[in-house]
Design a protein around this ligand. Structure first.
Ligand SMILES: [Fe+2]
Ligand SMILES: [Fe+2]
Length: 318
């Protein structure tokens, strides 16, 4: 006769569930169900890839910024996104993921990044609109993740959200400046808003009815709000900002609903969303090709870093 093991899988699972119920954090050393680990690795990797690929659309304008001030702001913002990506890859590593493998999957197309970054940046107004709408949507998505149940992810989000709010403000300030300028500048802002509005709404993911993993992620408190809740929050936050700017959001169904105390709005083109996710957006191929080239051209840096680390181990400097 042997006694039951002190720490059976069931005990561990109870402890895990109790930690989540107490609103405490799960840390990398803690036991966790494999599904929880896999869900988090997928979500964090996808988030990290989005930050890194997200440098491309705006990076496109770095050499053509209209003034030194705008260039410095844009440079700081794009560098922040690189930092976010690196933070997040580190958070994924605490779950046992291998960073090189995550990059391999991104380049092979087996791991996704946000569909929004597959649209082109055609004018400098796009830099402002991306800051206002895309970083604005990212903030709506990410603020609740500061309370994600996984400690390293939640803590990374706190810092990232502070930087995202600078991104949103610099975009809005750029647009305000353009709206106070010439008719041509105002038209440029409106044309950009027309192109980015619907893809920004798609950033929250498919409607709840078509998002089968949401319930599981909510129960694990990996996710704190559904896609539709966050999309509504974003619309309600953005409409008054659009009014203050003096731009029109391209949705004839957008109207205040006094009963719901929220804005009603139209349905995004989910067929377009599906096509972009499948790799058929305007810039999917370009984005991945650039990432692959950067990775290949950076091989010598990785080799040098490994050789340097090996030498340091042999001859410690101190
Ligand atoms: Fe970011
Ligand atoms: Fe950002």
């Amino acid at each position: 006769m042997s006694a039951a093991p002190a720490c059976s899988e069931t005990d561990l699972e109870h402890e895990f569930d109790a930690t989540i119920a107490r609103e405490q954090r799960i840390e990398p050393r803690d036991w966790m169900p494999e599904g929880y680990r896999a869900t988090l690795i997928r979500q964090i990797a996808q988030h990290a890839h989005s930050e890194i690929i997200g440098m491309q659309p705006e990076g496109n304008w770095l050499t053509r910024a209209p003034s030194l001030r705008r260039k410095a702001i844009l440079m700081a913002k794009v560098q922040d996104e690189a930092g976010h990506g690196l933070y997040l890859y580190s958070a994924a590593e605490t779950l046992g993921a291998d960073r090189a493998e995550l990059t391999r999957r991104l380049i092979a197309g087996t791991q996704k990044y946000s569909s929004i970054f597959n649209y082109p940046t055609l004018t400098y107004a796009d830099v402002g609109v991306i800051g206002w709408l895309v970083d604005g949507a990212a903030i709506c998505n990410q603020v609740p993740l500061c309370r994600s149940s996984f400690g390293p992810y939640a803590r990374a989000m706190i810092r990232i959200c502070k930087e995202e709010s600078f991104h949103q403000r610099q975009g809005y300030e750029l647009l305000m400046t353009m709206m106070r300028g010439t008719d041509e500048q105002r038209a440029m802002v409106q044309e950009s808003v027309d192109r980015w509005w619907w893809p920004s709404l798609m950033m929250f993911g498919p409607p709840d009815a078509d998002s089968p993993n949401t319930a599981r992620s909510m129960a694990w408190r990996v996710k704190r709000n559904t896609n539709d809740e966050l999309r509504q929050r974003f619309v309600d936050m953005t409409v008054p900002q659009a009014q203050a700017l003096g731009v029109t959001l391209p949705d004839p169904d957008l109207a205040w609903n006094a009963e719901r105390e929220a804005y009603d709005f139209g349905v995004p083109d989910w067929a377009e969303f599906g096509a972009v996710l499948k790799g058929n957006g305007p810039c999917n191929v370009e984005r991945i090709t650039n990432r692959r080239t950067a990775h290949e051209e950076g091989a010598w840096v990785r080799e040098a870093a490994v050789a340097f680390a090996a030498r340091e181990r042999k001859e410690p400097t101190q």
